[in-house]
Design a binder for this molecule. Structure first.
Ligand code: CTP
Length: 400
């Protein structure tokens, strides 16, 4: 995967610099190219060689000659990226940024850049609490600098409190949000349900289905990449959750219903979850034992709330402007999906054939037909990420 995006990563001189190894790995995995810059102090904590190996790029340090005509100048270097990330942003680096210093490569780049800047502060709790750091932070945020963390926790110096650098995954999430900003869905809030639901029989057993949550996760990521604020209500999915979206984890259909209602209002909602139609009404709080009599305990099922139908029928501005459902069918796919759209009251329905031979449920590809009020459109079989990109683009057009 290649997003075509690039981050200029300025690594400051703090013990948290070691976390940049993982941060670079995560960014590369997310398809983001990384141009690393190490301050002099950072080189006491991490080596240019290890950073360069992970980024698969050359590392820029103060030894890099900014005046050499054959080399990239600092102005050019400061403009190569879509986002500048400073991690760890030490107290000293923040102070020099706030003051507008340009006395080394890192601060020179930060002063010369016209791209957005995201900092991940990391320092001792007393330094973070100091009035001077508070002033510098206020100056930086006033200048438009975005901040991720710091977190509360144990520090390398043995103290406890705020000052621990945000974890690499949190920084990646913030990076993805920043990179997506300004897309056609900027300012729009979109809700996505995803994954299966688990309906407990007893504390160790449950009824579930084969959904991996891969299509829902891909849709959430595609909407995020168009700039939407994405809120994902996810059942226990096996597919990885996308970064840069808010996730409300749920287990049962009833929990999913409550989370969805609590997450409204939204500009659009995509119901990609494979919600269990029934829950076990006689579920119990302790493990059911075999008593050797050969009598199989009967399960009494009750119908789960239909989340899509309930949300589609909301009134008073609580109904999302565009409601998209999914229809997983095995027979008469299109006819069933057209009827389902009317029955559920949603605006669009994405129909797919989940018969065992198709390999779609739990697989990497999907073959869908988009059914709207205007008619139906069969899309060729493609990767779930492509289906998601295409659907997100259609949603962006509809909300424009
Ligand atoms: N859905 C939902 N809540 C439910 C059941 C389904 O929100 N309790 C949503 C799904 O997320 C999907 C759509 O409704 O967007 C269609 O789900 P599906 O299971 O295919 O349809 P059913 O209503 O269960 O109809 P049937 O079982 O008859 O095919």
């Amino acid at each position: 995967m290649n997003t075509g995006k690039r981050v200029l990563l300025i690594i400051g001189g703090g013990i948290a610099a070691y976390k940049c190894h993982e941060l670079i790995r995560l960014m590369r995995k997310a398809g983001i190219a990384v141009t690393p810059v190490l301050t002099g102090a950072a080189q006491e904590f991490v080596t240019p060689l290890s950073i360069s190996a992970l980024a698969e790029e050359r590392v820029y340090t103060d030894l890099f000659d900014l005046t050499d005509e054959a080399e990239m100048g600092h102005i050019q270097l400061s403009r190569v990226a879509d986002l500048v990330v400073v991690a760890p942003a030490t107290a000293s680096l923040m102070a020099r940024m706030a003051q507008g210093h340009a006395d080394d490569l890192a601060t020179t780049l930060l002063l010369a850049t016209d791209t957005p800047v995201l900092i991940a502060p990391a320092m001792n709790v007393r330094m973070w609490d100091h009035a001077a750091t508070k002033r510098n932070l206020a100056t930086l945020t006033g200048d438009g600098v975005r901040v991720v963390g710091p977190n509360e926790g144990d520090m390398a110096c043995g103290e406890f409190g705020f000052g621990r650098m945000a974890e690499p995954q949190e920084i990646l999430d913030a990076v993805l949000r920043q990179l997506a900003g300004g897309g056609p869905l900027a300012g729009k809030r979109v809700l996505v349900t995803s994954g299966p639901t688990h309906e407990p029989i007893d504390p160790v057993r449950y009824i579930a289905n084969r959904s991996s949550g891969a299509q829902g996760a891909a849709i959430a990521a595609a909407l995020r990449d168009l700039g939407a604020e994405v809120l994902m209500v996810s059942g226990p999915a096996t597919a990885p959750l996308p970064g840069g979206v808010e996730v409300i984890p749920v287990e049962t259909a009833e929990e999913m219903m409550a989370a969805v209602q609590g997450a409204l209002p939204a500009d659009a909602a995509v119901f990609a979850a494979a919600v269990a139609d029934w829950r076990v009404e006689n579920s119990v709080g302790s493990k059911i034992k075999k008593d050797g009599s050969g009598i199989i305990p009967p399960l009494t099922l009750a119908e789960n709330p239909d989340i899509l139908k309930t949300i589609s029928h909301l009134r008073d501005g609580r109904r999302p402007g565009l409601v998209v459902g999914f229809a997983a069918e095995t027979d008469d796919v299109i006819a069933n999906a057209i009827a389902k759209r009317l029955r559920k009251g949603c605006d669009w329905i994405v129909a797919n054939d989940v018969s065992p031979g198709t390999g779609i449920m739990g697989g990497a590809e999907n073959a869908v037909t988009l059914i709207t009020g205007e008619g139906s459109e069969a899309w060729p079989r493609m990767g779930k990420a492509e289906v998601a990109t295409r659907l997100a683009a259609r949603i962006a057009e509809a909300l424009a």
